[in-house]
Design a protein around this ligand. Structure first.
Ligand SMILES: Nc1ncnc2c1ncn2[C@@H]1O[C@H](COP(=O)(O)OP(=O)(O)O)[C@@H](O)[C@H]1O
Ligand SMILES: [Mg+2]
Length: 206
């Protein structure tokens, strides 16, 4: 990345589009504290990642951020409900309330009946809904979504994305949505494009 300035307000949905290899995923990983930046700064709630220790950044990632990837990345040995509850369990929430919260989110996404199944026993669209449920179950401040519907056909992608953004908006979670698909990006409040490591805002100025 050579020139990338971006701020994400509370509850805002921002899409980043751009050709494959333009640096979208790299930017997302830097903003999520997964990759370090060589120059420049990433700040969350006023605090620069550079001033935080690895442990504090891990805690931020675990408790304040959520993640959705192209293929869901569910853990095969856990049930759908356990996969969904994972962020709460990692934050120290007891099993019973964590599973209850997971069931509620799964219900809101219309897949409550899948609770006891394993990831191998659900469809692609269903596993992306589970990935969305897991990303939102702990009511994070930000969800980082990298091509979250990229493995789905367009009708399914559209439905999952709408449910995802509607749930995120209803709980005030901001979403950084990386996609190469303009119809996906059109659902965002604000759009940027990435080309050769340079990020450009579309439409109204920040
Ligand atoms: N771990 C890595 N080490 C070195 N180069 C990488 C790594 N990951 C990605 N790249 C390169 O960085 C560029 C941007 O990649 P990426 O962020 O994955 O783009 P996009 O998500 O837009 O397809 C590409 O040229 C890619 O080959
Ligand atoms: Mg990518």
């Amino acid at each position: 990345m050579r020139d990338a300035h971006l701020s994400l307000a509370r509850g805002e949905v921002v899409a980043i589009t751009g050709a494959s290899g333009s640096g979208k995923s790299s930017l997302l990983y830097c903003l999520a504290g997964v990759l370090p930046v060589a120059r420049g700064q990433v700040r969350f709630e006023g605090r620069a990642f550079g001033d935080l220790g690895d442990e504090e950044i891990s805690t931020l990632r675990r408790e304040r951020f959520g993640f959705v990837f192209q293929y869901g990345e569910l853990l095969p040995e856990l049930t759908i409900e356990e996969n969904t509850a994972l962020p709460l369990r990692l934050a120290g929430v007891r099993k019973r309330p964590a599973l209850k919260a997971a069931a509620e989110v799964l219900d809101r996404l219309g897949i409550a009946e899948l609770r006891e199944r394993r990831p191998s026993q659900v469809s692609g669209g269903q596993s992306q809904r589970v990935a969305v449920a897991r990303a939102l179950v702990h009511r994070p401040a930000v969800v980082f979504a990298d091509e979250p519907t990229g493995s789905l056909d367009s009708a399914n992608a559209d439905a999952v994305l709408k449910e995802f953004l509607s749930l995120a908006r209803s709980q005030g979670t901001a979403v950084l949505l990386v996609t190469h698909d303009q119809t996906v990006a059109a659902q965002a409040d604000r759009r940027c494009t990435m080309a050769d490591g340079v990020l450009t805002l579309k439409g109204a100025a920040e």
